[in-house]
Ligand binder design. Structure first.
Ligand SMILES: *Cc1c(COP(=O)(O)O)cnc(C)c1O
Length: 510
C-alpha cells in the first residue's frame, strides 16, 4: 500500500481513503503519496485498446490504494457512465495539425471538475463505510461530514452534483459574489437537494479560498463541531488528493488517443498545455510525466493574473503588489493557488523548505525558491499569459479558421500553446486541455465573435450565438437553468467569521 503524509512535515501517516476523508493535513499542508508509482511503456501499451475506464483502473491499481481492485472497478464504472454525454468521457479533437483539444467538459455540469468529482464522491462514501466498520469495532460513533468548498465558479456546481443527497454528508459552497459568470452562479443557487447550501461571499476567489482554508486549520472550531455536532469538515477542492489524482487519468488517455490517431508513434513525446488556476490540472500532468508518460514540456497558461507564469520563469512568487484583475476566464483568476505546494514538495522532497516557503507566502506574500529548484522549474515548464483582449481575439480567430468555438479558458491555453510552438519551431503535437463548454461564458464569447457588449440576459445571448454560429446548440443543462427556482440568495461579507457563521447556520438543519 502507498501511504500519504503532509507536505509540511507532520509525521502522521494516512491511508488513501483516510487522506481523502480528511482532505487537508493537520499542519495545514497537503497530502502527498510517500512515493509515486511508475509505469513502463510496456505496461502502457495494452491500454491502447482500452476504454477510459480501463485506463482509470490501471492508474488506480498502480497507486496501491486501500480499496481492492474489484471495488475500484465498480466505482469507476459508476463514476464514468451515461452521466457523461460522450462515451469516450474525455474525447480528443483535432484542432489543427499538431494541436489537439482534450475536451474535459462532457460531464453533468459541463466542467472539467466533473471528471474528478464524479469519481471522488464514490471514493469518499466508500471511505466512510470503511471508517464506520473501523469505528464500530472500537465502539465509536460514526461522524458526519461537512464538505466545505471554495469555488471560482465550476468546482461549486460539480461538487454539489457529486455530493447531493449522499448519506452522512452535507455540502456548503462559497463563491466570490460577482466573481463568477451569471450562468455559473445560477447553476449553483438553483441547486436542489436537502444536504446542500450555497453562499456568495464579498471578495474574490483568493479571499474565499483563504477563509475556507482557515476554517480547516481552526483547531478550536473543529473540536467544537466534533463534540457538539459529531461533524468533521472535509474538502472537495483540489487540495483533496481524491480530487487531484483522478485527473492523472485523462492525461494518460490523451496520450493513448494520440497514438491511436497516428499523430505520434508509441513512445514519442507530446507537450501538454493547461489553462491554470489552482494548479491542480497541470500538477496532475506533472505527476503523469514523472510516472513515466512521455511528456516533453508542460505549458502553463495564465490570464492577466499571471503570478504563476512569473514564478515559473523567475522562481519568485510575489503577490505583494498584485490585485486580482477581472478576466473572461474567472476560473483562472487566482493569485494564491494551492497545489503549487505539492509541486514544490515533489521537486525538493524537503518538508522544511516547503514549510519555510509557505510561511513566507502566508506572512509576507512573497517567497523565492533556490537556484536548483528554479532550474528544475524551467526545465519542466513553459509559462506565459494572455491579455483579456487576446483571449477574445483567439476565440474569434480560432472560430474563423477552424469552425471550433473555444471557451475563454481554453482560448488562453490555445494562445499560449501556439506561442510556444512558434517560438521553438516545434511540430510536436500539443494537447490543449479544454476545461469548459463555451456556453457557460456566453457573454464573453458573444463579445469575442461580434465585438459587441450585449446587455441582454444570458439566455438571449445564447440564442444569438446559436444563430450566429452554424451547428452549435445550447446544452440542455444550461438551457434548463432558466426555469429553475432560486434557492440561495444570501450574501455574506468576506472573512473567516462570516464563513464560520454560514457553516453554523447550515448545520442547524442537521
Ligand atoms: C478550475 C478551472 C480551471 C483551472 O484548473 P486548476 O486545476 O485549478 O488549475 C481552468 N478552467 C476552468 C474552466 C476551470 O473550471
Amino acid at each position: 500500500m502507498i501511504s500519504y503524509h503532509s507536505t509540511r512535515g507532520d509525521k502522521k501517516i494516512y491511508t488513501f481513503s483516510g487522506a481523502i476523508l480528511k482532505g487537508i493535513a493537520g499542519d495545514g499542508g497537503l497530502f502527498v503519496p510517500e512515493r509515486l508509482p511508475h509505469f513502463s511503456l510496456k505496461q502502457l501499451k495494452p491500454l491502447l485498446d482500452g476504454s477510459y475506464q480501463d485506463t482509470c483502473l490501471s492508474v488506480c491499481d498502480l497507486f496501491k490504494t486501500d480499496f481492492d481492485h474489484d471495488l475500484l472497478k465498480k466505482l469507476i464504472y459508476r463514476a464514468y457512465s451515461d452521466n457523461f454525454d460522450d462515451r469516450r468521457i474525455t474525447p480528443l479533437t483535432k484542432l489543427r495539425d499538431n494541436q489537439y483539444l482534450l475536451e474535459l467538459w462532457h460531464g453533468p455540469t459541463l466542467a472539467f471538475k466533473d471528471i474528478a468529482l464524479q469519481f471522488t464522491t464514490h471514493l469518499f462514501t466508500e471511505g466512510q463505510k470503511k471508517e464506520k466498520k473501523h469505528r464500530l469495532k472500537k465502539g465509536l460513533k460514526q461522524p458526519k461530514y461537512l464538505i466545505v468548498v471554495a469555488t471560482s465558479g465550476d468546482t461549486g456546481k460539480a461538487a454539489l452534483e457529486g455530493y447531493v443527497n449522499k448519506e452522512g454528508i452535507s455540502i456548503v459552497v462559497f463563491y466570490p459574489y460577482k466573481g463568477v459568470s451569471s450562468l455559473q452562479e445560477l447553476s449553483m443557487i438553483t441547486q436542489e437537494g436537502g444536504n446542500v447550501a450555497v453562499y456568495g461571499i464579498q471578495g474574490n476567489f483568493d479571499d474565499v479560498q483563504k477563509s475556507v482554508k482557515e476554517l480547516f486549520n481552526n483547531k478550536e472550531l473543529n473540536q467544537q463541531l466534533l463534540l457538539e455536532k459529531n461533524v468533521l469538515l472535509s474538502s472537495a477542492n483540489s487540495i483533496n488528493w481524491g480530487r487531484l489524482f483522478p485527473q492523472i487519468v485523462y492525461h494518460v488517455k490523451s496520450y493513448l488517443d494520440l497514438v491511436n490517431a497516428k499523430a505520434i508513434s508509441f513512445g514519442e513525446k507530446i507537450d501538454i498545455a493547461v489553462p491554470t488556476g489552482n494548479f491542480g490540472n497541470i500538477l496532475a500532468a506533472y505527476y503523469a510525466k514523472i510516472m513515466g508518460l512521455p511528456i516533453g514540456r508542460l505549458i502553463c497558461a495564465n490570464n492577466e493574473n499571471n503570478v504563476y507564469s512569473e514564478f515559473l520563469k523567475t522562481g519568485v512568487y510575489d503577490v505583494r503588489k498584485r490585485i486580482l484583475v477581472k478576466t473572461p476566464s474567472p476560473a483562472m483568476s487566482i493569485l494564491v493557488g494551492s497545489n503549487l505546494e505539492r509541486l514544490l514538495y515533489e521537486l525538493t522532497h524537503d518538508v522544511e523548505k516547503v514549510n519555510f516557503w509557505m510561511s513566507q507566502l502566508k506572512n509576507k506574500n512573497f517567497f523565492k525558491v533556490d537556484s536548483e529548484t528554479l532550474r528544475k522549474l524551467k526545465e519542466i515548464f513553459y509559462a506565459d499569459w494572455v491579455s483579456n483582449e487576446d483571449c477574445l481575439a483567439t476565440i474569434k480567430k480560432t472560430y474563423n479558421e477552424t469552425n471550433y468555438l473555444l471557451d475563454p479558458h481554453t482560448a488562453v491555453a490555445q494562445a499560449v500553446a501556439e506561442r510556444y510552438q512558434n517560438k521553438y519551431g516545434s511540430d510536436k503535437p500539443v494537447v490543449i486541455c479544454s476545461t469548459a463548454h463555451w456556453a457557460k461564458f456566453a457573454k464573453d464569447v458573444y463579445k469575442a465573435l461580434t465585438g459587441l457588449e450585449s446587455k441582454e440576459d444570458e439566455f438571449k445571448i445564447l440564442k444569438k450565438i446559436t444563430i450566429l454560429v452554424h451547428g452549435v446548440t445550447v446544452p440542455p443543462n444550461i438551457a434548463n437553468l432558466r426555469n429553475k427556482k432560486i434557492r440561495f440568495k444570501r450574501k455574506y461579507a468576506s472573512g473567516k467569521e462570516s464563513v464560520k457563521r454560514a457553516i453554523m447556520q447550515s448545520l442547524k438543519r442537521w
